[in-house]
Design a protein around this ligand. Structure first.
Ligand code: KMH
Ligand code: ZN
Length: 308
């Protein structure tokens, strides 16, 4: 209960360069943000890549490999590579980098869903790059595809065959039942690290009652076999992380999910969000887990077993 795993999601594929000049884009920016976040207390770094010329979300293994070794050299944090990539990417592309890097952890999105980013387009007055507006607006007719076959493929190719363990991204109560289904089929073993995701338009909304309900159903489905972490989009990030910490859960922050450090103020560094949540959880009597403590809690294979 006392040790709390702080994950930091460095850049993601939701936000676009016009939304914040601080969003890390290049390999040097992503690695510096990640290293600083780890020094601030993040035990897990959740990573996506971007095209350094345009800031566009990228699935290219070369773009990932431009920063992963830098991060590994400077930090012992757990490297967690997204398999969600971006909803516009095909599954095969989403998996190319994690298949090559064989990280300790990967994200795994537990259901097909809408992932509506188009309301954010209305708030942008000036666009830095031509791709951003159609990228956001196109989410009014886009499916984030994570079928049972996709999930089984990821469990087999990255889990069974390459030893990764997962951050199970659950955006709704139904996704918990999907995880139970795969556990029942014997495709994945506990302990499960379940990321409850609040506030994505298409997933469960950012109401505290929903957090209680997700926790209640996870308790029922998984008993002692899981740990939960919470991420919430935008201004809900810190309140939901605080509630999670109070409930014995773990927390995720980072510019992937919120660009702000406080009301009306952009975060200049991922590390500043880590420092903020760390201060809060320490005041609550929780202690940030080191990367090795997180590895022990989640049953990870170790940083020396990756291809980074
Ligand atoms: N940004 C989160 C809401 C993934 O990378 O697989 C979703 C996410 C998905 O992190
Ligand atoms: Zn992500």
């Amino acid at each position: 209960m006392s040790k709390i795993i702080i994950s930091c999601a460095i850049t993601g594929s939701i936000h676009t360069p016009s939304m914040s000049p601080y969003l890390p884009i290049t390999a040097d920016e992503i690695s510096q943000h990640a290293i600083d976040a780890s020094q601030a207390g993040a035990a897990i770094l959740h990573l996506h890549a971007r095209d350094p010329e345009t800031g566009q979300p990228s699935a290219s293994p070369a773009h990932f490999m431009a920063f992963l070794p830098q991060i590994k050299r400077a930090s012992d944090a757990v490297i967690n590579i997204s398999t969600g990539g971006s909803a516009v990417m095909a599954l095969e592309d989403r998996l190319a980098a994690p298949m090559a890097a064989e990280p300790e952890m990967c994200s795994l999105n537990m259901g097909t869903m809408n992932f509506a980013l188009y309301p954010a387009a209305e708030r942008i007055a000036e666009w830095k790059y031509a791709w951003e507006k159609p990228f956001l607006e196109g989410t009014d007719d886009l499916v984030f595809k994570n079928t049972p076959r996709d999930i089984a493929t990821i469990l087999r190719d990255l889990g069974t065959d390459r030893g990764a363990r997962f951050e199970f991204e659950c955006y709704d109560v139904g996704h918990l039942y999907m995880l139970r289904h795969f556990a029942d089929r014997g495709l994945v073993e506990p302990p499960f690290f379940i990321q409850f995701v609040f506030g994505v338009l298409g997933g469960i909304g950012p109401d505290p009652e929903n957090l209680s309900h997700m926790k209640r159903i996870a308790d029922k489905l998984f008993g002692q076999d899981f740990a939960f972490s919470v991420l919430a989009a935008g201004r809900h990030q810190v309140p939901f992380a605080t509630m999670a910490a109070a409930m014995g859960g773990h927390v995720r922050v980072g510019l992937e999910d919120s660009l702000m450090i406080s009301k009306g103020k952009l975060a200049e560094r991922n590390a500043d969000q880590v420092i903020k949540i760390r201060r809060i959880v320490e005041d609550m009597g929780r202690h940030p887990a080191t990367p090795d403590e997180a590895r022990a809690m989640l049953g990870l294979k170790g940083a020396d077993q990756t291809a980074i």
